[in-house]
Design a protein around this ligand. Structure first.
Ligand code: ATP
Ligand code: MG
Length: 217
């Protein structure tokens, strides 16, 4: 494996609250890193920083050995090329079919071979037979699979996922992990996944635990 992302000495505070305190980590190509920790411990904050959606107060971030871009257009380009996101409340567009939903970010980003890649991921994730349906005609699990296919359609090297939290979503959360295991079988995209489930975290290659600004791997 070779290093895809390296974070060195990340610090993030909100007022008095220390969210990340001197956090360093490496994400290897094809890695599956789970992030756990109580509510408010900084899991989403870290995911946003790794995804170029937020900034640390200090520290350094590298992608394939180069510093993350800082200028906003370059950050957009970086995200649209290398990263995929499955975030909480990431809804599908209701008036478009599953296939159109999967293709949409690839079309907007003018990436090549989007339809072929969409079909590849739809098959890999078991929703190829549902592609002509609107999201409202799909089960929750199928919608989630479509959202993951959409996050992968442009061929990102790193997938960032913030699982639905709360007890009501336990089934959805374990389904998301099944889906991500399917992704692993079909590509070497690295994955960083926030999870409330210790059981599911145990299936990851490594687990990063956050608590009160402190962290351990
Ligand atoms: N924009 C902001 N302004 C001020 N405080 C913030 C902001 N965003 C997050 N925080 C605070 O930073 C801490 C970490 O938030 P974060 O959303 O990263 O937690 P989390 O681990 O993802 O929690 P959850 O499991 O509930 O999703 C919390 O105390 C939160 O209130
Ligand atoms: Mg969160």
């Amino acid at each position: 494996m070779s290093t895809l992302v390296e974070a060195r000495h990340l610090v993030k505070t909100y007022g008095e609250v220390s969210v990340l305190n001197d956090l360093s980590l490496k994400i290897e190509r094809g890695d599956f890193l789970a992030i756990t920790g109580p509510s408010g411990s900084g899991k989403s904050t870290l995911l946003h920083i790794l995804g170029g959606l937020d900034h640390a107060d200090s520290g350094d971030l590298f992608f394939e050995g180069e510093a993350y871009p800082s200028q906003s257009k370059a950050v957009d380009r970086f995200r649209n090329t290398h990263l995929g996101f499955v975030f909480q409340f990431h809804h599908l567009l209701p008036e478009f079919t599953a296939l159109e939903n999967i293709c949409m970010p690839g079309w907007i980003g003018k990436h090549e071979d989007i339809e072929a890649r969409a079909l590849h991921w739809a098959e890999a994730l078991g929703v190829a037979h549902r592609l002509n349906h609107l999201p409202s005609a799909l089960s929750g699990g199928e919608q989630q699979r479509v959202a993951v296919a959409r996050a992968l359609v442009h061929g990102p090297k790193l997938l960032l996922a913030d699982e639905p939290s709360g007890n009501l979503d336990r089934q959805r959360s374990s389904e998301l992990f099944d889906i991500l295991q399917d992704v692993r079988k079909h590509s070497d995209v690295a994955m960083v996944v926030v999870t409330h489930s210790e059981e599911w975290a145990s299936k990851a290659d490594r687990t990063l635990h956050l608590s009160d600004g402190a962290w351990r791997i």
